[in-house]
Write a protein that binds this ligand. Structure first.
Ligand SMILES: *Cc1c(COP(=O)(O)O)cnc(C)c1O
Length: 420
C-alpha cells in the first residue's frame, strides 16, 4: 500500500492535509476531486532542488490538470507551462504564467492557434513535423514575427509503459524520426521567420525506470553535437515529462535520480534544460472521493457500486489503470472482496475487480487515490452526469475550486433549431 502523506488517517478518518474528508463531503456532496496544495508545492520544489545548479525551466504539463487554482499555485512558485492547445495557453496565461515560460507541444497545432501563440510571445514551439514547421513560418511571416522552435525528436526508444501512453517509438505519431533530424534542422534553418533554438524529446508517460530516459538523452546529446557541427545554435534541450508515480506497488526513481541522469547525459552541452512534468507534480496530490450507492450481491461476486463513474475518472477503463481504493472511515476494518464499479451503463465502468476494501455499506465514503493527474481533465458528462466539483485543501482550509454544474445549465447548452 502506498503511503499517502497528504491524505493521512487520523483516528481512522481520512484527512486531506488537516481537513477531515467527511466535512468536505458534507458540504460539497459526492463525488468530488480533492487536491492538496502542499503536495503540489512540495513536488514542484523537489524538481527545483533536483535540478539545482543546472539552468532549468520547469514547464508544468497543463494537460495533466488545468484547474486555475492548480496553475496559480504553480505560477506563484515560478513554474512555466507545457501546453498542447490555445485553450491551455489561455489557461496558463490567466493563471499568471508568463508567456516567455510557455512551450507549445502537440502534433496538430491549427493555424489560428499558432497565430495566438505568436501574438502572446511564447518561449518555444515544439514542432512535431515538417508541414507544421512550414505553417509556423508562414504565420510568423504574415505577423512579421520570428518563431523560436525546437524540433520534437522521436528517438526510437521503448519507454516500457502502457502502449497508449508510449510516444517515443518510431511507430508512434509523435515527432521527427531521429534518423531524419539533421535534414529537418537544415530545412528549418532556411526558413526566414523561424529561429532554431532547441531540441525536444518526450518518450511517454508513467515511466517507472530511468534506463529509457537515459538512452533517449544519450541519443539527444549526440544529436545536439551533430547539429552544432552543422552550424545550428542549440541553446535549449527540452527533455519532456513522463516520470511515473506510485499507483500500486511500483517503485519510482526519485526526482533527484532522474535529474542526475539528465545532467550526466546533457550537462556538458551547457544548454538550458526544459522539463515538462505533469503526472509527477499532480498525480499523488489528488484523490476522488465518492459514496457507496449500493452494495449488490451478484451470483459470483459482490459489487460496490459508487456514485463516481468512468465519466469522472476514465483511467481504469481506458488504460487498465490501477488506483488504490480506500474507505474514508475505516473503523470497521474487516476487508471484503468487491468489484468496485460506477453507475454508467457500460461494463467498462469498473474501477477495480476482486479488490479488498473495508466492508462497506450504502452511504459510506470511498477514496480513489492518486487521481490528481489525468482525472478531472479527462472527465465528461456522459450519461448526463454532472462534472464532479474540485476542491483544494491547504493546511486546515479548503475551497471549492470548480463547482458542480447544475442540470439546467448543462441542458440549456444544447440549442434546438426551430425547424425541429
Ligand atoms: C503529456 C505530456 C507531458 C507530461 O507527461 P507526464 O507523464 O504527465 O509527466 C509532457 N510533455 C508532452 C509533450 C506531453 O505530451
Amino acid at each position: 500500500m502506498t503511503t499517502q502523506k497528504y491524505f493521512p488517517y487520523v483516528n481512522n478518518k481520512m484527512f486531506a492535509e488537516d481537513v477531515d474528508l467527511n466535512d468536505i463531503a458534507a458540504q460539497v456532496g459526492t463525488p468530488f476531486y480533492c487536491y492538496s496544495n502542499t503536495a503540489i508545492g512540495q513536488n514542484y520544489q523537489d524538481y527545483q532542488q533536483a535540478f539545482l545548479a543546472q539552468e532549468t525551466l520547469i514547464c508544468y504539463a497543463v494537460k495533466a490538470n488545468g484547474n486555475q487554482a492548480v496553475l496559480s499555485t504553480l505560477a506563484k512558485l515560478g513554474s512555466g507551462a507545457d501546453v498542447v492547445s490555445e485553450g491551455e495557453i489561455r489557461r496558463a496565461r490567466a493563471a499568471g504564467i508568463p508567456a516567455n515560460k510557455i512551450v507549445y507541444s502537440g502534433v496538430a497545432k491549427a493555424e489560428s492557434e499558432i497565430e495566438y501563440a505568436l501574438a502572446e510571445g511564447i518561449f518555444q514551439f515544439n514542432v512535431e513535423s515538417e508541414p507544421e514547421l512550414e505553417l509556423i513560418n508562414q504565420v510568423a511571416s504574415r505577423l512579421n514575427k520570428t518563431a523560436a522552435i525546437a524540433l520534437r525528436i522521436n528517438p526510437d526508444v521503448c519507454a516500457n509503459t502502457h502502449a497508449k501512453i508510449s510516444t517515443g517509438k518510431s511507430e508512434n505519431k509523435f515527432g521527427v524520426p531521429i534518423s531524419k533530424a539533421r535534414l529537418a534542422y537544415q530545412q528549418a534553418a532556411k526558413l526566414p521567420n523561424i529561429k532554431v533554438q532547441g531540441v525536444d524529446v518526450h518518450i511517454g508517460s508513467q515511466l517507472t525506470q530511468l534506463a529509457p530516459f537515459e538512452e533517449a538523452y544519450k541519443r539527444i546529446a549526440q544529436l545536439v553535437t551533430d547539429l552544432r557541427e552543422d552550424g545550428h545554435d542549440i541553446s535549449v534541450i527540452d527533455i519532456g515529462g513522463g516520470l511515473g508515480i506510485t499507483y500500486h506497488d511500483e517503485s519510482i526513481p526519485a526526482k533527484q535520480a532522474y535529474a542526475d541522469i539528465a545532467k550526466a547525459q546533457l550537462g556538458h552541452l551547457h544548454c538550458k534544460i526544459v522539463i515538462e512534468p505533469g503526472r509527477s507534480l499532480l498525480g499523488n496530490a489528488g484523490i476522488l472521493v465518492s459514496s457507496v450507492v449500493f452494495v449488490k450481491t451478484g451470483e459470483e461476486r459482490q459489487f460496490l457500486i459508487l456514485d463516481a463513474g468512468m465519466n469522472d475518472l476514465i483511467r481504469p477503463s481506458m488504460y487498465e489503470a490501477y488506483h488504490e481504493i480506500l474507505a474514508v472511515n475505516k473503523a470497521n476494518s474487516a476487508l471484503k472482496t468487491y468489484d468496485v464499479v460506477g453507475p454508467v451503463c457500460e461494463t467498462g465502468d469498473t474501477f477495480a475487480k476482486a479488490r479488498q476494501v473495508s466492508e462497506s455499506k450504502s452511504g459510506d465514503l470511498i477514496a480513489i487515490m492518486s487521481c490528481g493527474a489525468y482525472g478531472a481533465v479527462m472527465a465528461s458528462t456522459y450519461n448526463t452526469r454532472m462534472l464532479a466539483p474540485e476542491v483544494m485543501v491547504k493546511d486546515n482550509e479548503f475551497a471549492v475550486v470548480r463547482q458542480r454544474p447544475n442540470y439546467q445549465d448543462v441542458i440549456n447548452a444544447d440549442l434546438v433549431p426551430d425547424w425541429v
